[in-house]
Design a protein around this ligand. Structure first.
Ligand code: ADP
Ligand code: MG
Length: 332
């Protein structure tokens, strides 16, 4: 394209909230044949809401003193009894306290949801964020884990008792998180091992324009993919909702592995545009043929990006392509 045409394109883009880093980027976008969408905050609103709290029945043996339940319905008597029963309220209280130090949307939804349900959320005493997995915290109730299966398994927790609840919630497209507590009481006193308390789940809403954006891209012959740190079942449920082929879902991808995943696609000869919003996505944005930061994305993401979309609208990805092709007027 001539410098004049490039300038027109860049200007039209800017007017439409699509910022190209430069003229060569504008031209490169035209050649994109694969678009990889991050899930959370990109295809979904990233406005999580707490939807479910599940308390698991106690399973481990041993005698129990003290009570884990805040409202005193702990089943602590009787000879053959297993650990103290926990209530949903207790599961939520423990999870929210552990998450109080996190700014992750999943965490904020848990804290907010607990407050809405009348639970007083105490700040965690110590807190560690495990990117792409969850949090480890010390609360007044003891040491707490909230996160995915990997986080808990790595800490030696048997997650099988939560399988049914996890599977059910994930099939509903929700992000289900396991909650475990080491309170130094009851059966776990000796080992200080974690006890699996239950499951909390957040749901996110798919953006209104996500489905149209995907279908417009596919009409253009673009292969559309979904990448997420979230699990396979939740990711596939969201993919189905927006019209992405389940075979094009890359789930359970750790933040540092997102760039490798994009690289793998590109090593097949694809020219990929990665669309993401988070800190997690910056390396993948930098690796992609075109990195595209969407909406109120983080500064880190914007810095790594070749294209920045001012709005948080997946349809603006289509706009970017149309501007690049000089066919913006043809957008539906
Ligand atoms: P995404 O790729 O969708 O943006 P992340 O990489 O941030 O998601 O997180 C991946 C998974 O790790 C989440 O689906 C969740 O299971 C777990 N996780 C991450 N942060 C937290 C948190 N603060 N509390 C609980 N679980 C978390
Ligand atoms: Mg994200």
């Amino acid at each position: 394209a001539t410098p004049a045409a490039t300038m027109v394109g860049t200007t039209i883009g800017a007017r439409n909230g699509v910022l190209f880093e430069g003229g060569d980027i504008l031209e490169r976008v035209r050649d994109v044949d694969t678009v990889v969408f991050d899930k959370t905050g990109t295809l979904t609103k990233g406005e999580m809401e707490l939807t479910d709290v599940v308390a698991l029945p106690a399973t481990d043996g041993g005698s129990v003193e003290g009570e884990a339940s805040p409202d005193g319905d702990a089943a602590t008597d009787g000879g053959a009894l297993v650990g103290p029963e926990v209530t949903e309220e207790f599961v939520l209280e423990v999870a929210a306290s552990a998450e109080s130090g996190s700014e992750h949307p999943l965490a904020e939804a848990i804290v907010e949801g607990a407050r809405e349900r009348g639970i007083e959320v105490e700040d965690a005493e110590a807190f560690e964020n495990v990117p792409g997995q969850g949090v480890k915290a010390t609360t007044s109730r003891g040491r707490v884990l909230v996160g995915n299966r990997k986080l808990l398994r790595d800490a030696g927790v048997d997650v099988a008792p939560a399988d049914e609840a996890m599977d059910r919630l994930e099939r509903e497209g929700k992000t289900a998180m396991l909650v475990a507590l080491a309170d130094g009481e009851g059966a776990d006193a000796a080992s200080e091992a974690y006890r699996l308390l239950g499951v909390v789940a957040d749901a996110d809403t798919v953006k209104e324009s996500a489905e149209t954006a995907v279908s417009e891209l596919r009409d253009r012959g673009t292969d559309v993919w979904l990448i997420t740190g979230d699990n396979e079942r939740t990711a596939t449920a969201v993919a189905e909702r927006v019209g992405i082929d389940p075979d094009n879902v890359m789930a359970g991808v750790l933040p540092e592995d997102k760039a490798d995943a994009v690289d793998d696609l590109q090593s097949e000869g694809r020219r990929a545009m990665m669309v993401g919003d988070g800190v997690n996505d910056a390396p993948a944005l930098a690796t992609a043929f075109v990195g595209c930061a969407i909406g109120s994305g983080t500064d880190v993401a914007i810095e790594a990006a070749d294209v920045t979309l001012m709005r948080s609208d997946p349809l603006d990805v289509v706009k970017a392509v149309r501007v690049s092709e000089g066919t913006l007027a043809k957008i539906k």
